[in-house]
Structures are given as structure tokens and as C-alpha cells.
Design a protein around this ligand. Structure first.
Ligand SMILES: C[S@@+](CC[C@H](N)C(=O)[O-])C[C@H]1O[C@@H](n2cnc3c(N)ncnc32)[C@H](O)[C@@H]1O
Length: 305
């Protein structure tokens, strides 16, 4: 637990003011770039495959179409992975709250994918050409031109600037847990507004305790031992804000805003050794055990606006 506590203190300190927060981002990008260039992409490939499989299962794009990726991050992995695998060309809106893009890390990750594809007979010529084009770009603007993509930053995380009933899909991977509790309802309301009738949302959400990423000895749901107030006071920070909403909270929020939930998936962990605080007593055991929550929902086809 020493590493867990040290990480909590460090992240609180980085959250102190504007200067410490921008230092955190600067250092994170500078040192993270190297790490990202060397990282194993298996987890990215598995998650990307899940996205592609869900898109196909629900025929999300009937004839081309448009998608928004929220919290697209350092390497635009999921938006580009989707563009590589979708038969028809789609337009992509990539959204984030700060500019953390890293072209070298992006090309490094897709270069590793191209090595994996060398032995993969399921990929066709169009897909291989699209992948080669990622590896040959010299700038993000060039990449966006090839993939009909647009990158937007809004520091407040507001989706108000996006048009209504324009998108077939809004998706994210490990982003929704970072949306502030106070603004998450508004974000989901915008998603509903932005989707075409019959359009889909696919979100994979990290419900696990993110401080445990720094300490393998800590439980993946360590925060359940604390009251909400104590957790907020001791462990919440701005630079790696986590709203600790659970799977049921997300389901309720999406339903409340008009979505129909069509599929959920849970990765779970053992919490039998934890003494769970009463503040969490309204949640089911299954919900408390959940570490990664994937939700697929759609806007009913007969609804407008
Ligand atoms: C853990 S990273 C995941 C990045 C990317 N999805 C991936 O898996 O590589 C979380 C991302 O969410 C972004 N983010 C944080 N708060 C957000 C918000 N309110 N709306 C949209 N994105 C947000 C961060 O800037 C960061 O790029």
C-alpha cells in the first residue's frame, strides 16, 4: 500500500494549481512518449477487436457514416482501428480535453500492428493500404486528410459544439470514468442529441481503482473500503480525476437520457478480502466486483432530436 499512498500524494500535489497541472501534463507527455513507443499493443488490439466486433454485430454503419471518439488520447488508436476495419469509409470526429497527441508513439503502435498483420491472412488489400498510409504520414493534419478525421479540443469537455442527429456512433475507451460527476448527465444528454435515430453508443469504462495501477498489492477495487467523502478528501485529484461511478450508475444515466441498453459486459475481481464501507451498500455484489464495464446502447429509431 506504500506505492498506492505515494501515488495518491503525488497526484494531489500535481493537482494543486494551474502550474503544477501543466507540469504534470508536460512531464507525462515527455516521459510517457518513450514508454508508449515501447509498449505492447496486445491490449489495444483486443479492445479494438471488441469494438470492430460490436460494430459488425449491430450493423452500426450501413453505408459509410460518421463516428465520434471521446477522449481519443495520445495515439487515436480506437478511431483509426475502426477506420482500418470498416469496409466503407467513415468520417471521424476525435475529441479530447487537452492536446496529448504523440505522432511518433502513434506510428510506433501501428507499426507493431503492421508486423502482426504480416502473418494475418484475414486482412485485405484496402486494409493493408490504409495501414501503410498511417505509417507514411509526417503530420497529424496529413493523417486527418487521409482518414476524413477532425480533432477537437474542449478543455471543459463540453460536447455542445457538435451537431445534432449527425452520428451513427459515439464511442470511448477508458474515458467516461474521468468525466466529472457534475457534468456526466449533460455529456450523455449531448450524446443522445448528437446521434442519428437508431445510432449507437459503445463505451468501455474503467471502474477499477486507478491508484492501484501504481501498486500491484492494492485491490483493484480498493476505494470501496472508504466512505465517498473520505475517498474524495484523501484520494481524489484533478490530474487523474476518477468519478467512481459504478456499472449500475451508468446504466441508469443512459436510460434516464433516453437510451436503450442492448448489451453490457463486466470484467470482475475478487473483493472478498475487503471490508466494504456502508456508502457502497446500495450496489449489487456484481457491480462492486466490476473493474471494467462495457456498455452498448442505442437511441431508439423512432426518436428525433
Ligand atoms: C486513460 S486515457 C484513454 C485514452 C484513449 N482512449 C486510449 O485508450 O488510448 C483518458 C483520456 O480521456 C481524456 N478525457 C479526460 N476527461 C475527459 C472528458 N471529460 N471528455 C473527454 N475526454 C476526456 C483524457 O484527456 C485522455 O486522453
Amino acid at each position: 500500500m506504500v506505492k498506492y499512498l505515494a501515488a495518491a500524494v503525488m497526484l494531489k500535489m500535481f493537482s494543486l494549481n494551474k502550474f503544477t497541472r501543466s507540469s504534470y501534463r508536460y512531464l507525462g507527455n515527455k516521459f510517457g512518449q518513450k514508454k508508449r513507443q515501447q509498449q505492447n499493443i496486445d491490449m489495444y488490439v483486443n479492445r479494438g477487436d471488441l469494438l470492430v466486433q460490436l460494430i459488425k454485430k449491430y450493423s452500426v454503419f450501413k453505408d459509410g457514416g460518421a463516428a465520434v471518439e471521446l477522449g481519443t488520447g495520445w495515439i487515436h488508436w480506437f478511431g483509426l482501428y475502426l477506420a482500418l476495419h470498416n469496409d466503407k469509409k467513415i468520417s471521424l470526429d476525435l475529441f479530447d480535453v487537452w492536446d496529448n497527441r504523440q505522432l511518433d508513439a502513434l506510428k510506433g503502435a501501428f507499426n507493431k500492428l503492421s508486423c502482426q498483420w504480416e502473418h494475418d491472412t484475414s486482412k485485405n488489400t484496402t486494409q493493408r493500404n490504409r495501414l501503410s498510409s498511417i505509417l507514411s504520414v509526417n503530420s497529424f493534419d496529413e493523417l486527418y486528410r487521409i482518414f476524413d478525421a477532425k480533432y477537437t479540443i474542449d478543455n471543459e469537455g463540453s460536447l455542445a459544439g457538435y451537431p445534432s442527429t449527425n452520428y451513427d456512433l459515439i464511442f470511448s475507451f477508458h474515458v467516461m470514468e474521468h468525466i466529472n460527476r457534475d457534468s456526466i448527465e449533460e455529456s450523455i444528454e449531448h450524446m443522445f442529441r448528437m446521434l442519428k435515430p437508431g445510432g449507437f453508443c459503445i463505451h468501455q469504462i474503467g471502474i477499477d481503482d486507478h491508484l492501484a495501477h501504481y501498486d500491484s498489492k492494492a485491490s483493484q477495487k480498493n476505494y470501496l473500503q472508504f466512505s465517498l467523502t473520505k475517498r474524495k478528501y484523501l484520494f481524489e485529484n484533478i490530474v487523474q480525476y476518477h468519478n467512481v461511478l459504478q456499472g449500475d450508475d451508468y446504466q441508469n444515466l443512459f436510460r434516464k437520457k433516453g437510451f436503450e441498453i442492448i448489451e453490457i459486459d463486466r470484467e470482475r475481481c475478487d473483493i472478498s478480502r475487503l471490508t466494504i464501507h456502508d456508502d457502497w451498500s446500495n450496489y449489487s455484489r456484481e457491480d462492486l466486483e466490476t473493474t471494467i464495464f462495457t456498455i452498448v446502447c442505442h437511441k431508439p429509431a423512432n426518436v428525433n432530436g
